[in-house]
Write a protein that binds this ligand. Structure first.
Ligand SMILES: Cc1cc2nc3c(=O)[nH]c(=O)nc-3n(C[C@H](O)[C@H](O)[C@H](O)COP(=O)(O)OP(=O)(O)OC[C@H]3O[C@@H](n4cnc5c(N)ncnc54)[C@H](O)[C@@H]3O)c2cc1C
Length: 587
């Protein structure tokens, strides 16, 4: 298949916070930088982040990066790599001040300093007090950050391919990554984007679950691309579930609702959380509340005609408090649950929220092919950052406010390494004649219209399987069935066809390509969950309820070929400070 070709120094796939932070640095160094995004850049999912970004500025309470580092390692249930975590926490303040200088309109304290709020799992003095560490622009931090980075990129002359869908990576026989093949969504025309370095910043994949706080674009495209390129994924069993997504839809109802005095009730009208967490009750940690809700539903004490959710009661707070303290939540509930929380409780259910695993990288953003028997090898010319990458700073469980930090810190770190790599590799490598064969064949396959199974039906079946077999609680038999069922869906997808509706044809083709990526991601997640026979962080195995450091203080690796599993050690050694040794995790 012959294709039009464009050449750049670097191609960045993804225009969320991670991609745009990296692109800004590269374009400011006068490189020719292309950013490819399947949606208009400021619609990337970073825009939805509300609460804020962590940095130990100490504007409200005394703070330092070592305490932040300790909290992050403890939050990760000791699975995070301590060199990367130290690097992130040490760099955090500098990154936030950079954002301020770029023009992010942070909220202000009376002193004029950046406003900071308390978030879960954050402490002072290694667990003694509550830290106030999360820097915020009201409840629209991601929005402010993304728009600012986009404007700065326009100023730096970054080239944007808006509404282009990256299909697959291009590599040569020596393993170098030479760019991507993308599809112009509007015209349906393919485009080969050649570059000496490629950065994947394609975000998370929580859309593999039936209900999710993520937008519809979070389909794990970067994960599918690397798996097809023979690169494994790391720690895919670790998905964070938020206890209060709107039931059946998943939009996030923030913990602030319970913080203001809201509480959960079951189908019998009982306030059940004190049975599960006598001290913290409704404000217990996210994994505890999520598990409690599922247990209520499984015991037949759910609400609604299907008894498949519980209710979050806020009406007793009164109109004034809802209006002053929780206006956005009220609006979300009215719009998506068709319930005014001033009058009736909101139906909620644990909802897939965040992916801790992803494309394995080192702290320079280089994609590394880990080898159990030898040192990790970087894939030359290939980098990954953001929620789709696993560096790994979140380990088995992410702290709120640490993802915006992760995407910025490692977006910057990756761009600095790319500058070095390009100096060492000043000339483009020749494209092999077969370079675009794989993406061309996938595009050709999804150009055929006809009668067959509907892609949308297979997608919803896959999402339901993920929810039923790989949700908050997991156990061997159900995970085994889940793998079998997912493989059946993958087989069904082989026989699916796009219907002949010319007006929707291109978007249907994108949905099919996305579903291929989601299917790969779902299989990686289910197989990794089956592999890890312990409970750690967000991964809760009822048949192995304890954390097992002797056997499982290690990262899992999933290879697409034969669905093979392997592992690699956690990097317990920080850069400059002492290791935080694993402890029993109590809050
Ligand atoms: C409701 C909600 C609230 C949150 N609040 C916070 C918070 O307060 N603090 C915090 O730290 N974290 C928060 N998070 C998490 C955080 O927002 C995300 O993890 C982070 O923004 C992800 O950024 P990213 O750059 O990796 O990807 P994204 O912002 O998701 O961007 C992905 C980009 O990749 C592009 N892309 C994907 N596939 C393709 C393809 N095939 N071709 C072309 N382009 C492609 C998309 O178009 C997009 O531009 C929240 C998450 C949710 C869901």
């Amino acid at each position: 298949m012959s294709m039009p070709r464009r050449t750049f120094d670097v191609v960045v796939v993804g225009a969320g916070g991670g991609g745009l932070r990296a692109a800004l640095q590269l374009a400011s160094a006068d490189l020719r930088v292309a950013v490819v995004s399947k949606v208009f850049p400021t619609r990337s999912h970073t825009v939805a982040a509300q609460g804020g970004i962590n940095a130990a500025l100490g504007n409200v309470t005394p703070d330092n990066w070592q305490w932040h580092m300790y909290d992050t390692i403890k939050g990760s249930d000791y699975l995070g790599d301590q060199d990367a975590i130290e690097y992130m926490c040490r760099t955090a303040a500098q990154l936030v001040y950079e954002l301020e200088h770029y023009g992010v309109p942070f909220s202000r304290l009376d002193s004029g300093k950046i406003y900071q709020r308390p978030f879960g799992g954050q402490s002072t003095e290694y667990g003694k007090g509550q830290a106030v560490r999360t820097c915020a622009a009201a409840d629209r931090t991601g929005h402010a950050l993304l728009h600012t980075l986009y404007q700065q990129n326009l100023k730096a002359h970054t080239h944007f391919f808006d509404e282009y869908f990256a299909v697959d990576l291009i590599r040569d026989e020596a393993g170098y990554c030479l760019g991507v093949v993308a599809l112009d969504i509007e015209s349906g025309e393919p485009l080969l984007i050649e570059a000496r370095a490629t950065l994947l910043a394609t975000g998370g994949a929580a859309r593999i679950f039936r209900t999710s706080t993520n937008s519809h674009i979070n389909t794990g495209d970067g994960l599918g691309m690397v798996l097809r390129a023979g690169i494994p994924l790391q720690d895919m069993e670790f998905f964070q579930f938020h206890p209060t997504g709107i039931a059946g839809i998943g939009n996030l109802i923030s913990e602030a609702a319970r913080g203001e005095g809201g509480y959960l009730i079951n189908g019998q009208g009982e306030r059940f959380m004190p049975r599960y967490a006598p001290h913290a009750g409704d404000l217990a940690s996210r994994d505890v509340v999520s598990r409690a809700i599922i247990e209520e539903v499984r015991a037949g004490r759910g609400c609604g005609p299907q008894a498949d959710h519980v209710l979050l009661k806020l009406d007793h707070l009164g109109d004034a408090i809802l209006q002053q303290k929780l206006p956005a939540i009220r609006e979300l509930s009215i719009r998506f649950a068709h319930v005014d929380p001033a009058q009736a409780p909101i139906p909620v259910f644990p909802t897939a929220h965040y992916m801790m695993g992803g494309i394995p990288t080192n702290r320079h953003g280089q994609v590394v092919v880990p080898d159990h028997f030898g040192p990790e090898e970087p894939v030359p010319g290939l980098y990954a950052v953001g929620e789709g990458a696993c560096v790994s700073v979140h380990g088995a469980n992410r702290l709120g406010g640490n993802s915006l930090l992760d995407i910025l810190v490692f977006g910057k770190a990756a761009s600095e390494h790319i500058l070095e790599y390009l100096r060492e590799n000043p000339f483009p490598r020749p494209l092999p004649p077969t370079a675009a064969d794989l993406p061309a064949s996938r595009l050709a396959r999804w150009s055929q219209k006809g009668d067959g199974e509907r892609v949308a039906d297979i997608q919803s079946d896959m999402q339901r399987i993920m929810e039923q077999h790989c949700g908050v609680f997991r156990e061997a038999e159900s995970l085994e069935q889940g793998v079998t069922l997912l493989r059946e869906q993958q087989e069904r997808l082989q026989h699916a066809r796009l219907r002949d509706h010319s007006k929707i044809f291109n978007t249907a083709r994108i949905q099919a390509l996305e579903l291929e990526n989601m299917m790969e991601t779902a299989l990686a997640t289910m197989a990794s969950a089956r592999y890890r026979t312990e409970s750690r962080g967000a991964h809760s195995r009822v048949d192995y309820p304890q954390r097992d450091d002797d056997n499982w203080l290690k990262h899992s690796l999933y290879f697409r070929e034969g669905m093979r599993m392997d592992s690699k050690p956690v990097r317990l050694k920080p850069l400059t400070v002492e290791t935080f040794m694993p402890q029993v995790r109590r809050y």
